[in-house]
Design a protein around this ligand. Sequence first.
Ligand SMILES: *Cc1c(COP(=O)(O)O)cnc(C)c1O
Length: 384
Amino acid sequence: MAAEPDLRAHPGLLATAAVRKIAPYVPGKPIEELERELGLRDIIKLASNENPYGASPRALAAMRRAVDRIGFYPDGSGHELKSKLAAHHGVQRAQITLGNGSNDALVLIAEAFLTPDTDAVVSQYAFAVYPIAVQATGATLKVVPALPASHAVMPLGHDLAAMRAAVCARTRLVFLANPNNPTGTYASAAELEAFIASMPASTLVVLDEAYFEYGRSLQLQDGVMWLAKFPNLIVTRTFAKAYGLAGARVGYALSHPEVADALNRVRQSFNVSSPALAAASAALEDLAHVERAVAVAVAERARVSQRLADLGAPTVPSGGNFLLAHFGPRAAAINDRLLHAGIIVRPVGNYGLPEHLRITLGTPAQNDRLLAELACLLPAAMRA
Ligand SMILES: *Cc1c(COP(=O)(O)O)cnc(C)c1O
């Protein structure tokens, strides 16, 4: 008979089997960590798809004012922010669920709708938070192979037909980011609408629009416009990317009011801090700040992807503020050389893409510094 596991030495064995199977999320390297490790200065972080210009000064001022009242609990109902969001999107307040980042909203969705008897469908190369949220509930995760790297239109993109075919009676959720992270790939509004329309009423589609603002130049969907038509649609948005508030942690889900009611039952009463609520409300009053950053990112997306292709590191189509570039077998070595040059990009081996690096678009000056470094490194890499 096998020996009893030693729970005193290994209390982690008490975690549920589902949780022990989760592959932990691998975050982008913080600037402070690289400073400590290599003693470098002037580090640029192009690793977590943040807005290089940060948040609106109005959001920062509102956040500072909120700090003066930090001894009080935040408004657990998020009244002011929800009112602003309702007006911004033309939805009812009852359709909104606020989250500690949209990551929180994604976890609430999994908690509220999944059990070990159900499953959730995602694509290969989908955002890493979905598997974590799904697996923690004990539900089965179905990963559908992505389109091949040789695909003429959307290499590594989601195969919507195959995803639809994977949906069955026990499929409670489909998670899909459009544009997707870490690939940047996207489906057209028409393809996506047909996909959602084809779903059975017993399957909710979670349309993650974290990069919504960057997709407008490509005529991508505004999922909010479909909420009235599809009661089984949940749209998630975030203040972490284009709004420049990644550190504040605030995002939200928009859905049918009954779905929002379910999410609010599992939500922690005070899941969004008062400075975050204040910052997000104020950020909605300065959309010009967002527009300026998005315009730069969209222009840089075209310029940097062309330059990367010229350097021998072709990218897949991106609708986000980042590019997935193919560096081949030397990707890890190139990442290391970039770190030593004070440039943090994102390795994506954990996504099954060991030959690619994901590069967030920074300011034009930051992107120039990256491109200059790569121009130096790449010929050497090719020779080696
Ligand atoms: C960054 C990102 C999010 C946003 O996460 P927050 O928790 O709001 O910071 C959500 N989905 C995708 C696909 C992302 O890339």
